[in-house]
Design a binder for this molecule. Sequence first.
Ligand code: PRX
Length: 632
Amino acid sequence: MPNRITSFDEYKREYQRSVENPEAFWAAKADAFQWKQKWDKVLEWNFTEPDVKWFLNGKLNITENCLDRHLKDKGDQQAIIWEPNNPDEKFRTLTYKELHAEVCRFANVLKNNGAKKGDRICIYMPMVPELAIAVLACARIGAIHSVVFGGFSFQSLADRIHDASCSLVITADGGFRGAKDIALKSIVDEALLQCDSVKKVIVLKRTNTAVIMKPDRDLWWHDEIQKVNDDCAAEVMDSEDELFILYTSGSTGKPKGVVHSSGGYMVYTAYTFENVFQYNQGDVYWCTADIGWVTGHSYLVYGPLLCGATTLMFEGIPTFPDAGRFWNVIDKHKVNIFYTAPTAIRSLEAMGLDFVKPYKLNSLRVLGTVGEPINEEAWQWYHKNIGKEKCPIVDTWWQTETGGIMISPLAGITKTKPSFATLPLPGIQPVLVDEKGNEIVGNNVEGRLCIKFPWPAIIRTTYGNHQRCFENYFSQFKNLYFTGDGCRRDEDGYYRITGRVDDVIKVSGHLLGTAEIENAINEHPDIVESAVVGFPHDIKGWGIYAFVIPEHQRSDTDQLKKEIIETVSKYMGAIAKPDKIQIVKGLPKTRSGKIMRRILRKIAEGEMSNLGDTSTLLDPSVVEEIKTGAIK
Ligand code: PRX
């Protein structure tokens, strides 16, 4: 493979080249793809608006690069191996030829139903091959996909459909997750009561759950697919045409639609996939993330398919039917590369080694983690019991907004260090700054992590509101992209991400805005105000601690707490349910009315004695009351 780094010396040379002449560096990488028209300029950028464009005037379609390009040599190779939730159900495989045909057919279904280039299409589906097919079919016709994780509630779904004015929704009757069956179509129905933009809903039959099909709007996938053939020319896309929107939480109450473009995203996800995981042709690669998150977009669908890989897709959860399921699937499909989240590792570690022992795990060559810092203990457990001390672990740091992996070891090439994401990939120029934005140079330092030069998969805008993109990422520090993460650079120049420095919490690897959770809690009619902070949690990384003020005293506090949890599930989804709820009479506020979260964070972390300066509080006595009632 032309873009493959094979030694640490080569990594250093490549890195040097990428910094000295980024344009030439990325042009060489982009040359490996199929372009309908070559770009006439590699890069134009400023971080002040921001305005970043890669491979200007280049024309392409990412699905031709994921599929058509491989048909000649790899048509019969497995593109997707799908492992169902229930191990008794037969697994499915799709070769590149079959996947290509399915994508073209479904692309024709979309066209038959009025979809065209530039339309926004919402996908709310379980982890079945048709989800990947739907994503690629959108890209085939140039429609912008907005995948919403199947665990989000009707309200979160409605907000996302509404924000992007989606004209079409692709869903399923239901989805299996462990012992549960989630009625996706009825959640869509409820969401659509608030969304006028949606003209058609295409429904895949998966669980045989009873659904109500609205005439003129709702169509069955299996009926529509009968009406088309598998011939569908790929739409010509400009490099900078939008490929997808993916919503992510921020410091404000409203999620942001992160927009990625076609050309740069393609080049960057393929390059990073191949190099970080050191993918060898024929390897079976498994990323456990749901396609509803960016990891699923970049490293389950696009990156692997762009590289002609075999990508495994899993419908279920790590603990069903028991906590050995991951290891069972690895042996069953002879997985060589396994990429998962620290939360999953910690929860499986807690279940004990009896669930690991029955499995050989001898196909594994490379392990990876993503989504949150991995603590040293979990790293060692993963290394010893899963990797049998033979598999390098790539701790990959990146974000929805970065599109692809930014700081990470290259498997087997970069010397790893537990809990360090190690070194930047070629093309990535990280800097640490202090609160005022002054660069902190040298090693053995800590600061806020920023990136000072664009890379091809950088966020282009936040959908429908470019100013928000500027304010969120480019306004804090002049001419820098600010990640929102704290970070340490050690004596070897290795990077270790220490966690978020803004008002979002990473719960089980999912990014949740505290303001968003507060908004959901406040939907409860008896709650007048709430404040949410994180607290360290052994398995989830961070847990959710909610301080709530009820309108009037209720004697049934347990019932009230239960209702609050139900309200959050209803308005956001089960992933945002508070772990601890403390009912309080007041919140610590400054004279100007701002909640002093710093104090609440300390209390949630159990650090009662060292609350810092409380002299600016309007009513310091509330702190005493909160301290007394704090939940351990
Ligand atoms: O705080 C960092 C954490 O996850 C954030 C990005 O979350 P999201 O956009 O949901 O994307 C997650 C999947 C790429 C980051 O700002 N994070 C991600 N990877 C790591 C990490 N923290 C520490 N180590 C990592 N490897």
